[in-house]
Design a protein around this ligand. Structure first.
Ligand code: GLA
Length: 700
C-alpha cells in the first residue's frame, strides 16, 4: 500500500513539475504568429489597469473576453509606478502583477507595453515629471541619466512580471519596445538600448516588437524585432500593410492599435467614431488572418491628474477616457459592443463566453457643499526667489502655484507679458481679478489697470496634464521663463522684467486641500462674476446602497475632485465633460465626503449623482487667441492643388520657398465626394526636408 502511495505521489509530483515549467512558445512563423507551433491570430483588447477601479478588473476582462478576444494589451505608466525618483509602487490600482494574473485566470494572453514612453493621453506620455528637475534632460534619447532611470524602471517592471511570459508558463506573449518612435525622431541606437534592457530583463525567449505608423516604421525598425502597424477605423487595410509586406514578405501582420474611437479635449466637441467602420475593419483583418489590438476596447478613466494633453499647440484631455469604445467608461456594453460581438462570433466557431451582467448605476440626490477654505485667506507662506522658477524647480509635480510680486507705478494700459503660463493663469492686482491667460489659445498678454508703485501682482497658475505627444513632452509647469510689464511712452516701449517673487505652492494633494481653515459656505455671496470664492469646498452625500454614479459638476468652475480620499479627476465647466465617473466600490453606505479644489469658484456649491454621464456639453464658445486670428482676404495662396484621396501621408511641395506666420489649409473638395476631409497629423518640412519644430505652434 505504501509503495502504491509513494508511486502515486511521485507521478503527481512529475505532473506538477512539468506543469510548472511548461515552456510555451510564441513566435513569428511564415505570415502568421505561432503559439506552441500552431498558427495564432492575436485578437487583443486594449485595457489600462490604472484606468479601471481595481474591484472591476475581473469584470472588465470578462466583458472584453465575451467579445471573442483572446488577449489583453496593456501599457504600464512609469509615472504612476514611480511617483518619486526611486520610490516604486506596484500596489492597489498599480498592481500590475495581479492584473496580469487575472488575465491569465480568465484564459487571456497578455501583450505588455512597458514604454518607457507610452503616449496614451496620459500625463507626459507616462514619463515621470521629476525627470524635468534635470532641466537639460533629453527625453527618449540616449541621455545617460534618462537611460539610467529607464533601466531601473524596466527592471522594476520585470521584477514584478518577467516570470509570467509564455516561456515560463504565464500569459505574456509579446513585449513592446518603446512606442511609435517614428512620431518623435529617428534613433535606432536609442531603440536598441531599450530593446537590450528588455532582453536583459525578460530573457531571450520573449517576442519583442515595435509599433509604428505605416509611413514611418522603417525609420527605427530593428532587424531582430517584430514590426506591427498602428492605424484607425476607416483605414485602407491593404494599403496600410503594403510597405511592411514589401519590406518583410513573410512577416505576420498585426495592427497593434486599431483605434475604436478617439479622446476628448477640453473645449472641443465630444468625439465618436462609427461602429460600422470598426466592425468592418476587424472583419476584414480576421478574414485575412491579420492580428489586431483594439485600442481602446474599454478606455475607462484618467483618474486624478493623470489625463495628458495633445500637441501641437496645447490641447489638454478631459478626465473621461471613454474613447467611444465598445465597453463604455462605466464598463457597460454599447451598441458598438454588440455589433462587434456579433461579427466576432464568426471567428470563434460559435463558442462565445456570456456577457457579464451590467453594473447598475445609481442616482444621488442634489447635495450642497457646506464648507469652504477660500484660497486667498489660506495661501501657504511664499518661497522667495529673485527670478521666475518653474514648478519642477520647486520640487512640485502637479497642482497650482501662486506667484506674487510688486508692480512699479503704472498708467492705465500697460501690458503684462507672461512667458509662458503653463497652463491656466489668473492675474490679480491688489486682490482684484484682471484677466486670465489660457495656454490652449496661446494667451501671453493682458492689459493692466493703472496702479500705484508697490501694488501686489498675483499670478495663479494651474497645471493641467503634461503634453503626451511629440517633442513638446518636455513640458515644464508653472511659469516657464519670465514676466514683464511694458509701458509705451512717447512712442517708446519701456520693458520692466519683474523680479523678487514669493511663490506659494499649491500641490495636488488631498492632505494639502484639507489643511485650510474651513468656513460655512453660507457666509459668502457670489462676486461680480457670479461665482463664490476660489478655494477648497467640502460636502457630503448619503447613499443607502453604494453604486456607480456620475457626479455632476456643471455648477463648479475648474479644478480637481476627491471622493472618500479617491482622486476622481479634473473638472472644468468649459466641457464637453461635465460629470465625473464615481465608482460604486469607492462609496460607502451612509455618508460620503467630496472635496473640490476650485480655482475659479462655483456658481452654486451643489452637486448630484446622475445615472448617465454628460460628455457633450460645451456652454462656452472657444475664443481665438488675442489678435492672432489670420485674415485671409486678398491673400494669394502659396500653393493650390489637390491631395491624393485616401489615408496615409501626403506631401506637397510649394515649388519655391515660402515664409509666413500662419499655415492655413483651405479644403474645397473632399476627393471622395463626402462632406468632410480630416487631417490626423501635419508637418512642415524645411529646405533640407527636416520637420520644422512644432513646440510653439498654436491652432485656431
Ligand atoms: C497612438 C499611441 C497611443 C494613443 C493613440 C491615440 O497610437 O500609441 O498611446 O495615444 O495614439 O489614442
Amino acid at each position: 500500500m505504501r509503495q502504491i502511495l509513494k508511486k502515486a505521489l511521485l507521478v503527481l509530483f512529475v505532473v506538477l513539475a512539468s506543469l510548472s515549467c511548461y515552456a510555451g512558445k510564441f513566435e513569428a512563423g511564415k505570415g502568421t504568429f505561432l503559439l506552441d507551433g500552431e498558427p495564432y491570430v492575436v485578437k487583443a483588447a486594449e485595457l489600462h489597469y490604472p484606468r479601471i477601479p481595481k474591484e472591476y478588473w475581473d469584470h472588465r476582462i470578462k466583458t472584453v473576453k465575451a467579445l471573442g478576444m483572446n488577449t489583453v494589451c496593456l501599457y504600464t505608466f512609469w509615472n504612476a509606478h514611480e511617483p518619486r525618483e526611486g520610490q516604486f509602487d506596484f500596489t492597489g490600482q498599480n498592481d500590475l502583477r495581479e492584473f496580469i494574473k487575472l488575465c491569465q485566470a480568465n484564459d487571456m494572453k497578455v501583450i505588455l507595453r512597458p514604454g518607457p514612453y507610452v503616449c496614451a493621453e496620459w500625463e507626459m506620455g507616462g514619463l515621470p515629471w521629476w525627470l524635468l528637475k534635470k532641466k537639460d534632460i533629453r527625453l527618449r534619447e540616449n541621455d545617460p541619466y534618462f537611460l539610467e532611470r529607464v533601466d531601473k524602471f524596466q527592471k522594476a517592471v520585470a521584477d514584478q512580471v518577467s516570470d509570467l511570459t509564455v516561456a515560463n508558463g504565464g500569459p505574456i506573449i509579446m513585449v513592446q519596445v518603446e512606442n511609435e518612435y517614428g512620431s518623435y525622431g529617428i534613433d535606432k541606437e536609442y531603440i536598441a538600448n531599450i530593446r537590450d534592457m528588455l532582453r536583459k530583463n525578460f530573457g531571450p525567449d520573449v517576442m519583442l516588437f515595435q509599433c509604428d505608423w505605416s509611413s514611418n516604421f522603417l525609420n527605427n525598425g530593428l532587424d531582430d524585432l517584430t514590426w506591427t502597424i498602428n492605424f484607425g477605423t476607416g483605414a485602407d487595410i491593404d494599403a496600410q500593410f503594403a510597405p511592411l509586406k514589401a519590406a518583410r514578405p513573410d512577416s505576420p501582420l498585426m495592427c497593434s492599435e486599431f483605434w475604436s474611437g478617439w479622446f476628448d479635449k477640453w473645449g472641443a466637441n465630444h468625439e465618436t467614431r462609427p461602429a460600422a467602420d470598426m466592425v468592418a475593419g476587424i472583419d476584414e483583418m480576421l478574414s485575412k488572418g491579420i492580428s489586431f489590438s483594439l485600442y481602446m476596447t474599454h478606455g475607462g478613466t484618467s483618474f486624478g491628474h493623470w489625463a495628458g494633453a495633445n500637441s501641437p499647440g496645447f490641447a489638454p484631455d478631459v478626465t473621461s477616457y471613454d474613447y467611444d469604445a465598445p465597453v463604455n467608461e462605466q464598463g457597460g456594453v454599447t451598441p458598438k459592443y454588440h455589433a462587434l460581438r456579433k461579427m466576432m462570433a464568426k471567428y470563434t466557431k460559435g463558442r462565445m463566453p456570456a456577457v457579464p451582467k451590467a453594473i447598475p448605476a445609481i442616482a444621488v440626490r442634489e447635495f450642497t457643499f457646506d464648507e469652504v477654505a477660500p484660497l486667498f485667506s489660506n495661501l501657504p507662506e511664499g518661497i522667495g526667489c529673485e527670478d521666475i522658477r518653474t514648478m519642477e524647480e520647486f520640487d512640485q509635480g502637479y497642482g497650482s502655484m501662486l506667484y506674487r510680486t510688486t508692480l512699479p507705478a503704472l498708467a492705465e494700459g500697460a501690458t503684462l507679458t507672461v512667458r509662458d503660463a503653463h497652463d491656466y493663469a489668473q492675474v490679480f492686482v491688489d486682490g482684484v481679478f484682471v484677466g486670465k491667460l489660457d495656454r490652449r489659445t496661446g494667451d501671453r498678454e493682458l492689459i493692466l489697470p493703472a496702479c500705484p508703485k508697490g501694488a501686489t501682482l498675483d499670478i495663479l497658475v494651474e497645471a493641467m496634464g503634461r503634453i503626451n505627444f511629440g517633442r513638446a513632452i518636455k513640458d515644464f509647469k508653472g511659469i516657464t521663463d519670465k514676466v514683464t510689464v511694458t509701458e509705451t511712452r512717447d512712442g517708446h516701449d519701456f520693458v520692466c522684467d519683474l523680479k523678487n517673487w514669493k511663490v506659494s505652492l499649491l500641490p495636488d494633494e488631498l492632505e494639502f486641500y484639507n489643511r485650510g481653515e474651513f468656513l460655512p459656505v453660507g457666509a459668502f455671496t457670489p462676486g461680480p462674476d457670479g461665482r463664490l470664492p476660489r478655494g477648497v469646498y467640502r460636502g457630503t452625500f448619503t447613499v443607502s446602497k453604494p453604486g456607480d454614479t456620475f457626479l455632476n459638476f456643471e455648477n463648479f468652475g475648474k479644478g480637481l475632485v476627491y471622493v472618500n480620499g479617491h482622486a476622481l479627476g479634473r473638472i472644468w465647466d468649459m466641457g464637453p465633460q461635465q460629470t465625473l465617473y464615481t465608482p460604486g466600490p469607492w462609496l460607502k453606505k451612509g455618508e460620503n465626503e467630496v472635496v473640490v479644489f476650485d480655482i475659479l469658484g462655483p456658481k452654486k456649491a451643489v452637486s448630484e449623482g446622475l445615472k448617465l454621464p454628460v460628455y457633450d456639453k460645451l456652454p462656452y464658445k472657444m475664443k481665438k487667441a488675442n489678435g492672432t486670428a489670420p485674415k485671409l482676404d486678398g491673400l494669394t495662396p502659396a500653393f493650390e492643388g489637390a491631395f491624393e484621396g485616401g489615408n496615409g501621408w501626403k506631401q506637397i511641395d510649394f515649388g519655391k520657398p515660402a515664409t509666413g506666420r500662419f499655415l492655413v489649409l483651405e479644403m474645397t473638395d473632399a476627393a471622395d465626394a463626402s462632406d468632410y476631409a480630416a487631417i490626423a497629423e501635419l508637418y512642415v518640412l524645411d529646405n533640407a526636408g527636416e520637420r520644422v519644430p512644432r513646440e510653439d505652434w498654436t491652432t485656431d
